[in-house]
Design a protein around this ligand. Structure first.
Ligand code: AMP
Length: 224
């Protein structure tokens, strides 16, 4: 089973993809997180990606497509993937569909997660992540018990370089122009499930699980 999560920045794609990964055998693949890993490791790809990520611009299609297509056919993705943040353009969507088809696979469902603009902005600028275990927090909605410290592992919390108000506003614009058109594309293919991203994290996960019809059970068939 392959699931795509689309939605604006701050909709909760990363949080919900992680929750879904825990309930299934699907592998959570986040394009933004792959770029951040390269940026932390200061690889050539990381240096290149930083020039786009820090401005809230999309990394060019050919780079993202190569990175993701290399990742999703690895053995640890054999049961399927939850794609978080990819595809973000029509070109990326077409490349994904072609590659899956070549591997006798398909997208099984697309979840469109959304929330009102003021909530999205507050979620983005309040977001903090554990440097060690990547657990997400939000200083407004789900703060850690101790400021700047991860509840789970005691690691330092950091704010992403693109999670400031100016870049967040720009990322929302980029989303509307370049990614939102994908929603109609997937609706026309009959794959779209709209999920309200507003409310408690567990509530949203329950909506998602209901929409996907997985009842929290493992999709046990390895994909062919
Ligand atoms: P995210 O963590 O999904 O919010 O992504 C952070 C940043 O990584 C984005 O603002 C882009 O600069 C870059 N990025 C992530 N995914 C993609 C993608 N599919 N296409 C282009 N750029 C991306």
């Amino acid at each position: 089973m392959n699931v795509v999560l689309v939605g604006p920045p701050g909709a909760g794609k990363g949080t919900q993809a992680a929750a879904l990964e825990e309930k299934t055998k699907l592998k959570h693949i986040a394009s933004g997180e792959l770029f951040r890993q390269h940026m932390r490791d200061e690889t050539e790809l990381g240096k290149l990606a930083r020039t786009y990520v820090d401005r809230g611009e999309l990394v060019p299609d050919d780079i993202v497509i190569t990175m993701i297509l290399e990742r999703i056919f690895q053995p640890d993705c054999e049961h399927g993937v939850i794609l978080d943040g990819f595809p973000r353009t029509k070109e990326q969507a077409a490349a994904l569909e072609r590659a899956l088809e070549e591997h006798q696979q398909k997208i099984d469902a697309v979840i469109f997660l959304n929330a009102p603009r003021d909530v999205l902005l507050k979620r983005i600028v309040g977001r903090q992540t554990c440097r060690n275990c990547q657990t997400p927090y939000n200083i407004y909605y789900s703060p850690p018990r101790e400021e700047g410290v991860c509840d789970l592992c005691g690691g330092d919390l950091y704010t992403r370089s693109d999670d400031n108000m100016e870049t967040a506003r720009h990322r929302l614009e980029v989303y509307l122009q370049q990614t939102a058109p994908l929603i109609e594309h997937y609706r026309a293919l009959g794959l779209l499930h709209e999920v309200d991203g507003l409310g408690d994290i567990h509530e949203v996960t329950a909506r998602l699980v209901r929409e996907l019809g997985i009842n929290g059970e493992l999709p046990h068939q390895p994909r062919t």
